[in-house]
Design a protein around this ligand. Structure first.
Ligand code: AMP
Ligand code: GLY
Length: 429
């Protein structure tokens, strides 16, 4: 057998570019920084906390041409994409065409997230369990349909709407208002809507690394979408998350893996748009079994911040194998659970001020992922809606929760708030 050729570049530490600048990207950068193979990490645009573990690059996550030029110029070995906006802008297609290695889905595969109708048709065609639905582009037809259906009714805008494209209408007047916003005023851009049946049950997030038919599951997690304790207040990007969900059995996870995540991966191959990145199943355990609420084509935020700290394998190997379309070793995950609490600017998800001084971080033990921070004259300040996420671990959820809230209390900033009940679903059981 011929000896394996040794290439000089294989002996050198790798340079990785992470696209994005939130807590999810901080967790990805943190995981990459634990890889012995990775020598240099760039993050575009990054944030104040990421800048302590990577070189921030002042380029927008949708500036595909600028990012491509940067990757070529700086001999980036692998690029990892965080946000859906970059994927939907076609960053993966553009990088591959330039001969650059990148972890993330093509624009065509990203439709599993960017088009609700595409995702619903895929699930119907391949028998993946989800809520019944119908889609419309006519306001009159949509109103006629919803008038004859039970309430609540779920109305979804068919496109990326930054988490604001879903309305649970309690009655006909709310349904009409939502349909009018989406179809007549084109509040999110001209589009279509999907009207689906209202399901009930606990929701959870199932993230998998996917390369064509190969699917590598990550630990399950649960997000907290509402702003305030008791799941009250407006929907947000997510106010906290944890792993170790007591209400999902290992049979449930096996079912979700086989009948949802693997089926979706193979459906995308059959449709000629194979996945090559993270598939995020937003799932619900309904009285009729586990069903898909939505698919996302990327890591979740804040789920990533609680999932990746459990990864014991070298994340570079997984990203690299998926990006090259070759088999990866099955990822190894630590036992125990993680829990994270988001600190957000007062007013979020509505209007909020930026620039409030944050102190006390030096005293915090454990991980603090920055979601929206910046340095102003050398002082750390708030710079977004969601600002920080404190993540801790424990042998069980109660343990992890006590540890995290102890650390959260050390952070001083007069313009931040957080939920006090992260993981309440797990602890009320
Ligand atoms: P999505 O953006 O599709 O994840 O929807 C946002 C939130 O709306 C979900 O996390 C659910 O809480 C809720 N939701 C979406 N679809 C349904 C449904 N069919 N039944 C009940 N709740 C839903
Ligand atoms: N945690 C919700 C999301 O990433 O979409």
């Amino acid at each position: 057998m011929a000896a394996k050729e040794i290439h000089l570049e294989d002996c050198l530490g790798k340079t990785v570019l992470v696209i994005g600048g939130g807590g999810r990207e901080h967790a990805i950068v943190d995981a990459l920084s634990r890889s012995p193979q990775v020598e240099r990490i760039y993050c575009a645009p990054g944030n104040a906390g990421i800048g302590e573990q990577a070189f921030n690059v002042p380029l927008k996550d949708t500036d595909v041409e600028g990012l491509k030029a940067f990757a070529l110029e700086n001999k980036v070995d692998l690029t990892v994409v965080g946000p859906e906006a970059s994927l939907a802008a076609g960053i993966v297609d553009a990088f591959r065409a330039a001969g650059l290695k990148i972890f993330g889905h093509t624009k065509s595969a990203t439709r599993i997230e960017s088009s609700k109708e595409f995702a619903k048709e895929l699930m119907a065609k391949y028998g993946i369990p989800t809520a019944g639905y119908k889609s419309f582009d006519s306001y009159e037809e949509a109103v006629a349909y919803v008038s004859g259906r039970p309430f609540p009714a779920v109305i979804k805008y068919d496109g990326l709407a930054a988490g604001k494209g879903v309305v649970i209408a309690q009655d006909l007047s709310e349904a009409k208002a939502a349909l009018s916003d989406m179809l007549l005023d084109a509040a999110f851009g001209k589009g279509r809507v999907v009207i689906e049946d209202f399901l009930t049950g606990p929701e959870f997030s199932f993230l998998c690394f996917v390369d064509g038919e190969r699917v590598y599951p990550m630990p399950l997690s649960q997000d907290h979408k509402r702003a305030f304790d008791g799941d009250k207040g407006p929907n947000t990007g997510g106010m906290g998350a944890y792993t170790g969900l007591p209400f999902i059995s290992s049979e449930d996870k096996d079912f979700a893996f086989r009948e949802i995540m693997c089926k979706a991966a193979s459906a995308m191959v059959s449709e000629g748009c194979p996945l090559s990145g993270v598939l995020y199943g937003g799932l619900m355990k309904t009285p009729q079994g586990i069903k898909v609420i939505e698919f996302n084509a990327r890591f979740g935020d804040p789920e990533t911040e609680v999932v990746l700290p459990l990864l014991e394998s070298d994340i570079f190997d997984i990203f690299d194998a998926v990006a090259e379309g070759r088999e990866a070793a099955e990822p190894v995950w630590a036992s125990g659970v993680t829990l994270g609490v988001v600190l957000a600017s007062k007013g979020y998800p509505g209007k909020y001020e930026k620039g409030a001084v944050i102190s006390g971080l030096d005293a915090v033990q454990g991980r603090v992922y920055h979601m929206g921070t910046a340095f102003r004259d050398g002082t750390l300040v708030t710079n977004g809606g969601r600002v920080l996420m404190v993540v801790g671990s424990g042998s069980d959820v109660a343990d992890a929760r006590a540890a995290v809230y102890r650390e959260v209390a050390k952070i001083d900033c007069d313009n931040l708030f957080y939920r006090n009940d992260i993981a309440h679903c797990a602890l009320e059981i």
